[in-house]
Design a protein around this ligand. Structure first.
Ligand SMILES: Nc1ncnc2c1ncn2[C@@H]1O[C@H](COP(=O)(O)OP(=O)(O)O)[C@@H](O)[C@H]1O
Ligand SMILES: [Mg+2]
Length: 200
């Protein structure tokens, strides 16, 4: 394997899309549809973290404790995992969907500094009632340690504390999308933001 560059990978020419929204806002659902149409590489920070946990590494064990509390894991860990995954997929990728990252203002700044500038920020906006309802529905089948009522409340609280500061850094790039609607209506709007990125 080639050694990792120590400066931002200025050779990333494909679009980078951040997918933001509270837990249960439909990020994963929309990313699936985006992958199907655009063939982008989907990287969910949550999945990367959960895979690290499964690997049983010391880093994974530390993460389990934090995730069970519904808190945010240290920024460098997430960014390293995302960076490794991007570099690995880069040779064949048409673009990257970064699902659930950044969760904090500093994470966004660090990403653009260490990896590459973001092309578009999709923010799926839904009320707290909607989020809780959907997560309790997902809990029946997901098997996720954090899909229970107590942790859900903490995750929503964590999200609400940080998200405003994340999104207020972006103006033109930020696309705030009403995520209370059905999946197809949301995806129709999503396409209006992504189509321009892939036109020659
Ligand atoms: N637009 C929608 N309308 C109703 N339910 C939805 C919608 N989008 C997603 N869901 C459901 O809500 C739950 C959470 O969706 P998910 O995509 O996993 O959210 P996230 O990745 O943002 O946490 C899932 O059970 C999913 O099927
Ligand atoms: Mg998800």
């Amino acid at each position: 394997m080639a050694p990792e560059p120590t400066t931002p990978s200025t050779d990333i020419k494909v679009p980078i899309i951040w997918v933001l929204g509270g837990p249960g806002s439909g990020k994963g659902t929309q990313c699936e549809k985006i992958v199907e149409k655009y063939g982008f590489t989907h990287l969910s920070s949550g999945d990367l973290l959960r895979n690290e946990v499964k690997s049983g590494s010391p880093r994974g064990k530390e993460l389990t404790e934090i995730m069970e509390k519904g808190e945010l894991v240290p920024m460098d860990v997430v960014l390293d995992l995302i960076r490794e995954a991007i570099l690995k997929a880069l040779p064949d990728s048409k673009g990257f969907l970064i699902d659930g990252y950044p969760r904090e203002k500093e994470q966004g700044i660090a990403f653009e500094k260490k990896i590459a500038p973001v092309s578009v920020v999709l923010f799926f906006d839904a009320s707290e009632n909607t989020l809780v309802e959907r997560l309790l529905g997902r809990a029946k089948t997901s098997g996720r340690v954090d899909d229970n009522e107590e942790t859900i409340k903490k995750r929503l609280n964590t999200f609400n504390t940080h998200n405003d500061q994340v999104v207020e850094q972006y103006t033109e790039k930020l696309k705030k999308i009403d995520a209370e609607r059905d999946t197809e209506a949301i995806f129709a709007e999503v396409q209006t933001y992504l189509d321009p990125l892939v036109q020659a």
